[in-house]
Design a protein around this ligand. Sequence first.
Ligand SMILES: [Zn+2]
Length: 87
Amino acid sequence: MQNEVIDIPDFKQAEKIELHELNLTSPLQTVRLLMDKFKIKHIDAKYIVTHINKVYGHCNRCSYHSLDEEYIKYPKCGALNFNWKTK
Ligand SMILES: [Zn+2]
């Protein structure tokens, strides 16, 4: 998937779940996993981690909680959301 900042790898569903779960407990470890397993540059890994939604549908920046696309920029606050359905 292409956006204006980085190329986002096509993560498999199992990988999305793994990254999402790990990010809930340790964003630092998630950055490391992205770098080690997916060969993503440090700056890009940090970018991805800060944009993975903690709860499906909930914008990672504001209080909006009805996001319904997987990769969506919520126009009101401008945040890019990795809105992965992990359940
Ligand atoms: Zn928002």
